[in-house]
Structures are given as structure tokens and as C-alpha cells.
Unconditional design. Structure first.
Length: 84
């Protein structure tokens, strides 16, 4: 899989967040969400904020490779009896 520059991922996240903001800015916080009837607009906003924060943090602090493990993680795995 090709890894994009961090700025490309963050740019995408910024634009998606702007789309959410455009829709939710004028929404009544108590308005029901059609695809999730048990949620209202305030619930959706809270959820989207958490998801966007998670992805921004993941993008900014991602590891170099999904297969590389830190020496500390390997030592902890060995001490606990798991394979590294």
C-alpha cells in the first residue's frame, strides 16, 4: 500500500470536518439523525468530534511501519510469555 504524505491525510480530514460543520452548524441539536434514529444532531456532532480527533492523532503519531515493533514492546511481550 502506498503511504501518502501526512499533509495529504490531514487535508482530507480537514475537508471532511468542514463538510460535517456545514451540515451541523444550522441543525437543531435535538434533530433526529435519519440513519441513526436513536441519535440526535448533538450526539452525532460529539461522535464525529471524537472520530476526527482520533484520526488526526493517529495521522500525526503513526508508526513508521505496521510491522515494526519497538524494543520495549518486544521486551514486554517476552516477559509476559507471548511470542514477539
Amino acid at each position: 500500500m502506498t503511504r501518502l504524505e501526512t499533509a495529504r491525510y490531514l487535508d482530507h480530514l480537514f475537508h471532511e470536518s468542514a463538510r460535517f460543520r456545514a451540515v451541523l452548524t444550522d441543525a437543531d441539536p435535538e434533530a433526529r439523525v435519519p440513519s441513526c434514529p436513536e441519535w440526535n444532531a448533538a450526539d452525532l456532532l460529539r461522535h464525529l468530534t471524537e472520530v476526527q480527533y482520533f484520526w488526526a492523532r493517529t495521522i500525526n503519531h503513526r508508526p513508521d511501519s505496521p510491522t515494526r515493533r519497538s524494543a520495549g514492546a518486544i521486551r514486554r511481550a517476552r516477559r509476559s510469555g507471548r511470542r514477539s
